[in-house]
Design a protein. Structure first.
Length: 481
């Protein structure tokens, strides 16, 4: 989860991926949003100025986002319409094209040049190359710097000056979600492993892919093609991805992101071609990714095989868990929240509860305090409808959900494949490696092509880093020479 506070010291008049007021800092003249995962949206729902620059895909997805309880209430007929969370920000969200240096005037006589670069993370996710006034920085946002990606980036004409030693970046603001020296399988290797496992099952097997966030679209596309089946998703997901389609009123309009045609279809001449996503849960659909609070009957079946992504396969045969690491763990299932101002009251109630073990109190309290320091709301893993943000869940269930989340948020957490069925049968849970964030070796490869003067970590577990003797914010923590 990102702990970046939005401040870029080289360009103090801008903010990136953090939109709450910062004590001691003057208000920004421009803001930037790298992608739609919730840990990068702090304060955006109340921001009315200045402009927020992002990719076109990020803008479209953001304007479709609806909080989870509202979606479930709508699906159950309790309310008549969705309430889109960021609709009020429509006028300040300004899309910029990728790979196109763009000059932005922040005030009379002062401008910066911004270039958006693909981040290989989720639809619309970008890095920002920002240049001006003798300074240059690269903000990666969330990034997966696989070998092919680094090779492609080194040849990108917009950064070739920096990757071939003609200029030097002052700083790279880096996605440090993973800083342990553990190699990850590439996305392609993970998908290939998944397809090999799925192919072992009978042709009438129904699968449910548990992807609750953006960034697994390539997995959908590959599964759909391999199994020759569309993927049933809930109406909300379909609405979000449909917003990325090309303008069908124009024959020559391009989709807003490259994944869109494969996901939701396109039109060629007068013929419409469907995508791999569908709202139909008919019997010929073998793949499901419908919402856990509004799951179709087919996906609830006792013989359904779950597909669960992990970060990586480890050498001891276990896997590094994905949920809660690196942010965005539940962005397609926007959950109940405890607002920042409610934390003191909640902690008091927590500590007064006689039903909560002492070790659980300490773990939950530490998690909440860490989130409070970094300005984030607390997401609860509850499927509970509530009125306008008023949580009606029982305290015990709330505490249990938070405790589970606090355990999930450690990248040390590992699990083995679910082989609970007899050895003679195929498992009912398939896991496969598919990280949306870079491994430590991949981060070193990225820094190697740039050789910046400095590195600023954007995801920091200060206690753990200090315990390991890491020095925050300096490049010696990475191999970049």
């Amino acid at each position: 989860m990102s702990t970046f506070k939005g401040i870029v010291s080289e360009f103090p008049d801008i903010r990136i991926d953090f939109f709450r007021p910062t004590p001691g800092q003057r208000p920004p003249l421009a803001c930037f949003l790298s992608h739609v995962h919730s840990d990068h949206l702090a304060g955006l729902d109340t921001l009315l100025s200045p402009f927020v620059y992002c990719s076109a895909a990020t803008r479209e997805i953001l304007l479709q986002l609806v909080k989870y309880p509202c979606r479930i209430n709508f699906a159950q007929g309790i309310i008549e319409r969705w309430k889109q969370t960021y609709r009020k920000q429509q006028s300040i969200l300004k899309p910029l094209p990728l790979d196109t240096p763009t000059c932005l005037e922040l005030r009379p006589g002062y401008q910066i040049q911004v270039t958006l670069l693909d981040a290989n993370h989720c639809p619309g996710a970008v890095m920002f190359l920002i240049e001006g006034d003798g300074s240059a920085i690269l903000y990666t946002g969330d990034i997966r710097s696989e070998p092919w990606f680094v090779n492609s980036l080194s040849r990108n004409p917009n950064v070739v000056e920096y990757t071939h030693g003609l200029k030097t970046l002052d700083k790279v603001y880096l996605d440090t979600s993973f800083t342990k020296n553990i190699p990850f399988q590439t996305k392609a290797e993970g998908i290939a492993e998944l397809l090999g496992k799925v192919a072992q099952y009978p042709e009438d097997t129904v699968f449910h892919f548990q992807a609750w966030t953006y960034g697994y679209e390539d997995v959908w596309i590959a599964l759909s093609k391999a199994l020759k089946s569309q993927i049933h998703v809930d109406d909300y997901k379909l609405k979000v991805y449909n917003s990325l389609r090309a303008n069908e009123l124009s024959e020559y309009s391009n989709p807003i992101c490259p994944e869109a045609p494969a996901l939701v279809g396109f039109k060629c001449a007068n013929k419409a071609h469907g995508g791999c996503l569908t709202s139909s849960s008919s019997s010929n659909v073998r793949l499901h990714s419908c919402e856990k609070g509004n799951m179709c009957e087919a996906a609830k079946g006792p013989n359904v095989v779950r597909i669960v992504p992990m970060v990586a396969n480890l050498s001891d045969g276990t896997g590094l868990v994905e949920i809660g690491v690196g942010g965005g763990g539940d962005d397609l299932v926007k959950e109940t929240e405890i607002a920042q101002g409610d934390w003191p009251t909640f902690l008091k109630s927590l500590y007064e509860s006689a039903n909560i073990p002492e070790d659980a109190r300490q773990g939950i309290g530490k998690l909440i305090q860490q989130l409070a320091i970094h300005g984030h709301t607390l997401l609860l893993d509850l499927i509970t409808a509530f009125d306008e943000g008023k949580n009606t869940a029982e305290m015990g269930k709330v505490c249990q959900a938070i405790l589970e989340r606090s355990k999930d948020m450690s990248e040390k957490t590992i699990v083995a494949d679910d082989l609970s069925t007899p050895a003679t049968k195929l498992p009912k849970t398939i896991t496969f490696p598919y990280s949306r964030h870079s491994s430590y070796p991949e981060l070193c490869d990225l820094l190697h092509i740039f050789k910046p003067k400095d590195v600023w970590p954007c995801t920091v577990d200060e206690d753990q880093w200090l315990k390991e003797g890491a020095c925050l914010g300096v490049p010696r923590y990475f191999t970049i020479s």
